[in-house]
Ligand binder design. Sequence first.
Ligand SMILES: Cc1cc2nc3c(=O)[nH]c(=O)nc-3n(C[C@H](O)[C@H](O)[C@H](O)COP(=O)(O)OP(=O)(O)OC[C@H]3O[C@@H](n4cnc5c(N)ncnc54)[C@H](O)[C@@H]3O)c2cc1C
Length: 389
Amino acid sequence: MTPTSLDYYGIEELLTSDERAARDRARRFVEEEVMREIVPHHRAGKFPEHLTGRMGSLGFYAPYLKEHGCAGLSYTAYGLIMQELERADSGLRSLASVQGALTIQAIHSFGSPEQHTRWLPGLVSGEQVGCFALTEHRHGSDPGGMETRARRDGDQYVLNGSKCWIGNASIADVKVVWAKDDEGRVGGFIVEKDAPGFRTQDIEGKFSLRMSRTSECWFENCRIPAENRLPQASGLSAPLSCLAQARAGIAWGVIGAAIDCYETALAYAKAREQFGRPIAGFQLVQEKLVWMVQEITKAQLLALRLTRMMEADAVTPAQISLAKRNNAWMALECARKARDILGAAGISDRYPVIRHLMNLETVYTYEGTHDIHTLAIGRDITGLDAFGG
Ligand SMILES: Cc1cc2nc3c(=O)[nH]c(=O)nc-3n(C[C@H](O)[C@H](O)[C@H](O)COP(=O)(O)OP(=O)(O)OC[C@H]3O[C@@H](n4cnc5c(N)ncnc54)[C@H](O)[C@@H]3O)c2cc1C
């Protein structure tokens, strides 16, 4: 196990023994089973699929839930698990977010008891793969404008439309698809593998989150049983509430990527000599390292306070936005500074920094772009909506 991990303000003391144990379990998994897979899979642009079930068996999907095999841990333990996964690669953490905080969360929050029994155990164990299809080709930041429709036809729904940038859609057994019903209300519909009228294609040529499968999907008179509608999901607030859970995981997760960048840059700067001395001895290099320690420490305190508020059921969506916005930005800036400190070596995948940097460009954008969170917080503090429309 890695002995060092940046903890400048003694966050460790604020964690329970269960939370530390969950984090250590995730860290051990990453070091013993994941790290050797990353560079070859990243180069190939593929996810090591055998890890999906393994992560389920370790209880990494929606671990803050209690039923249906979920681990029943605190939100802070969930965050720490996401941190360790993202220390390895944002694609690994993204899988856990899509499977847990989005797909499992949606069915858990809005599904009937029969739907829980039918789909949650397989998703929680990782035997089944899930996806969460909200974004469309013409509607990203503005999901309320979605054009996908679910028309009721007897004991079936008929879906028409398309989705884009959907994690794992092409292999998902259980797809939570958001579409407008006959009344124009957003609802959640489960589309199972091989549903007639469903077509999908993976997006090629990604330079970010290469270890993640991301797909486009089309629904052309795609028929699903009416009982596959999530009965409690009514309106856009349903998918947005799932995104809030995932964003809290991101606020913690990106700290892992930032720490990996910082620790790589520190070790490199101490070893690399120029002008007859280690570059870590130059003031300009130290300023970058200090900035990273300062911002990672602030991000850790922010993330910890966020999940403590979630545990007390006393958090607002805007507070979650603030943590996602700050921490994703912070991690991206750490990756940029670390890449700079490594000089030319920083662009090679011999070091993890350039991979984190490319990955974090996605994290900065998905689950609400940086600027969309700015508008959400701006609306919260001023009472004025600057979204337009
Ligand atoms: C690798 C990857 C995986 C993803 N996985 C999923 C998934 O599993 N499921 C899913 O549903 N989606 C997923 N997404 C989609 C993601 O959530 C969207 O990309 C994101 O919401 C932004 O939408 P967009 O890309 O269409 O950008 P746009 O909405 O077109 O935004 C483009 C730019 O315009 C800015 N902008 C937009 N509106 C405003 C405004 N009112 N004021 C100021 N600026 C504005 C944005 O901030 C951004 O800078 C994924 C994306 C990626 C890259």
